[in-house]
Write a protein that binds this ligand. Structure first.
Ligand code: FES
Length: 506
């Protein structure tokens, strides 16, 4: 089974074989490009650059697909989370059309890769459905229909959706797709290595200077490269993008039904947060994947509650549930203006690139990012370079609120460390739980393992010192400010932190 950054096992982890890299870092440790991050974006980018004749090394802090690629629900769509109405409003119609085209090209590229490398990843084209359940949603649905058509994506009303759920109106959109994301990425990693690329796992990229060539500091020593690309979901360090992206958790379940009535298509309701539904076949076995109940990372009092709500939603809508085979959650970063940030890392205009802020469309945007980043390195024209430029400064309605909401950073920095829960006795913690507790005048992040042993840490996130909180759902410490996550022992699971939480002796 592949490893992932959470305690729950996702459907993909258990049904994919890891690719084990065979090549080591070169003796002189000099490359054209260092790619930091071995999820779908990093591996897709590394493959394109290696095929273009550059000498690449992909460096992953854990193992391939450890991050969100191992916990996604893998929708390939042109009907995006940020509706074309919003994109057209925040940017313009022409840019909305460019986004639609980029999403279409992404699906086509994934399909072409699957054919080229003969990847067995259960890829299927499917129709997408978006349905309304009240008057307000129905009005919004009509606006989305118009804006989607104006963006060049054909969409039409339909009389039926493939779910046993009442609805007012529904749109259908053809030629969306779904697949097994981890099998796909492992096969691309193999193709990348066969093309001459190097993959180094369990090695963190720590830092770089801005010289030419760059000296990239890693846990395996310094590596020199002309370019450094962060495909780590959010870049490490302290950057403008940490204010422009907000971390969210989404919850998913893979369900077995008592009969064969697995719904076709990729289907979405219109609540906020919305639910999403799709069926995936893996080795002849069908699973109905249902997700939703999203919340900002570390902003839920009880992270088991989203699972409870999701299961209740499933059981109240489907009377043929046999079992919940898998349940898991994963993280995504919501961009301030609705579009990802792909290109030069703000404040580092040289040869350091980044891709982040994919919202709920990480799988679709990963391939868009791979092409865009590759074209920047190769100095090729591509309208997406301007479109997704991370240095764009376009004030939009709601941006101030977004930043305010995202800056519990400031609040946390000033008061968070001293005002949290008043937990008076260690005995309040049940085995398997963690809490930030006050003990003899100190504040400590305390986890009691199943055997009753206590693990104590300094609760200050090593990124910018916000106070972490415990996720009961994924058994890890989470930072509310920019989404860093740590295991019960304080080891970094998810950036932007690149240092473990400090251990405290009780
Ligand atoms: Fe930035 Fe924790 S992730 S302070």
């Amino acid at each position: 089974m592949i490893a992932r950054d959470g305690a729950n096992i996702s459907l993909w982890q258990n049904t994919a074989e890891p690719f084990i890299p065979t090549r080591n870092l070169s003796a002189d440790q000099t490359y054209d490009v260092v790619i930091a991050g071995g999820g779908i974006t990093g591996v897709s980018t590394a493959l394109l650059l290696q095929q273009a004749g550059l000498r690449c090394v992909l460096i992953e802090a854990h193992t391939l697909c450890f991050g969100t690629t191992g916990g996604t629900t893998a929708h390939l769509n042109t009907l995006l989370d940020t509706p074309y109405t919003t994109i057209a409003k925040n940017f313009d119609e022409e840019k909305a059309a460019l986004v639609a085209r980029a999403a279409r090209e992404s699906i086509n590229t994934v399909q072409a890769n699957i054919a080229r490398y003969q990847i067995d990843c259960n890829f299927e084209e499917a129709t997408g459905f978006l349905f309304s359940q009240n008057e307000k949603q129905t009005q919004e649905l009509e606006e989305i229909r118009k804006a989607t058509m104006e963006a060049g994506v054909f969409v039409s009303y339909t009389d039926g959706i493939p779910l046993p759920i009442q609805f007012e109106k529904a749109l259908e959109i053809k030629n969306q797709a779904k697949f097994h994301p981890v099998r796909y990425v492992m096969a691309l990693a193999k193709a990348y290595e066969e093309a001459g690329g190097t993959i180094v796992q369990n090695c963190r990229v720590m830092d770089t200077d801005n010289t030419d060539p760059l000296v990239v500091k890693t846990e395996a020593g310094d590596v020199r490269a002309s370019w450094l690309i962060y495909t780590t979901h959010i870049p490490p360090g302290v950057n403008l993008l940490h204010l422009r992206c907000a971390p969210y958790r989404s919850y998913a379940m893979a369900v077995r039904l008592t009969d064969d009535k697995y719904p076709a298509g990729l289907t979405y309701d219109m609540y906020d947060p919305y639910h999403y539904y799709r069926t995936q076949v893996i080795d002849g076995e069908q699973y109905l994947i249902i997700g939703g109940e999203d919340h900002k990372t570390a902003h839920a009092d009880n992270t088991m509650m989203p699972f409870t709500k999701l299961e209740s939603h499933i059981r109240s809508n489907f009377n043929n549930v046999k079992e919940i085979a898998y349940r898991w959650s994963s993280q995504y970063f919501e961009p301030a203006d609705g579009l990802p940030y792909i290109g030069h890392l703000p404040g580092q205009p040289g040869k350091i690139l980044v891709a982040t802020g994919f919202g709920g469309n990480g799988i679709t945007y990963s391939t868009v990012a791979a092409r865009t980043l590759t074209d920047i390195v190769l100095n090729k024209e591509n309208p997406n370079i301007q479109l997704f430029n991370p240095n764009r400064l376009k004030p939009i309605a709601g941006f101030t609120n977004f930043v305010k909401e995202n800056v519990d950073v400031a609040k946390q920095l000033i008061t968070g460390f001293f005002t949290k829960e008043k937990i008076h006795a260690l005995a309040d913690i049940a085995p398997g739980e963690g809490k930030v507790v006050h003990v003899e005048g100190h504040i400590i992040a305390l986890y009691k393992d199943e055997a009753g042993e206590l693990h104590s840490l300094n609760p200050r996130c090593t990124h910018l010192k916000c106070t972490v909180s415990w996720s009961l759902a994924e058994k890890c410490w989470e930072c509310p400010c920019h989404g860093a996550r740590y295991d019960f022992n304080g080891k970094v699971l998810t950036g932007p932190a690149d240092m473990d939480l400090q251990k405290i002796k009780l």
